[in-house]
Design a protein around this ligand. Sequence first.
Ligand code: MN
Length: 227
Amino acid sequence: MGYVIEPEAVVVLPVAGGGSFPVHQIYCVGRNYADHAVEMGHDPDKEPPFFFMKPDYGILHSGETMTYPALSSDVHHEVELVVALGKGGADVRVEDAMDLVYGYGVGIDMTRRDLQSEAKDKARPWEAGKAFLHAAPCSELIPITQCGPVNDGSISLSINGEIRQHGNVNQMIWKVPEVISRLSTLFSLRAGDLIYTGTPAGVGPIARGDRIVANIDRVGQLEIGVA
Ligand code: MN
C-alpha cells in the first residue's frame, strides 16, 4: 500500500553554486537584538530570548511576490540572519553547535503585528501573528564552506529604496552556537531545519506594491514584492 493521499512536495531553498536545500522545521528566535527588544517595550537585560515556529509554506523565494495575508492590516518586516542546519542533534554543546550548520541565508520574519499584539494582550499563542503563507521569505543559501562563520557584518532592509532596518549581526544577544545549543535541548533538531535568529531595530509595516530588499554582508540578498 502506498500513500493514501498525494504527499506535498518538499519545500526547498536554492543554494549558491547549485543544488537545493530541503526545508524541514522553521524555528525563530524572539528579541535577540537589544535595540529591537527596547523598541518593542522590553528590557533586554531581564529576559532571555525565546523561540517560536513557522510552517514550511512560509517560505518565499527571492524574486517572488508575497501575498499580503488576510485578517491583518499591520504586517511588519523583521530582517534576520537565517541559519540552515545540515545535521540534527539533541543536547548539543555550544562548542559543538557549529558542526550542525550547513550555511546561511537572508530571511524576513513577516509578522501580523496586530494579531501578535492581541495574542500578547490575551496571553494566547503567537501562531496567528507569525505563521501564514509567505511569512518566511528567504534568499538562496550560501554554504558555510564558502563564506565561513558569519559572526559579524551589516544586516539591512530597505523598502522602495529607503533603508528601514540597519544593524550588525554581532549585536545578537544569544550568538548562533548558543541558539543552536538551547534549541537542541528544547526540540529535536533535524537536518533541513532553518533558524531565523532575530531582528535588529527598525521593524515596521509593509504595504501592497512594496519592493523589499534585504542584505547581509557575505551572505547575500533577498528581494521580494508584495501584492
Ligand atoms: Mn523575528
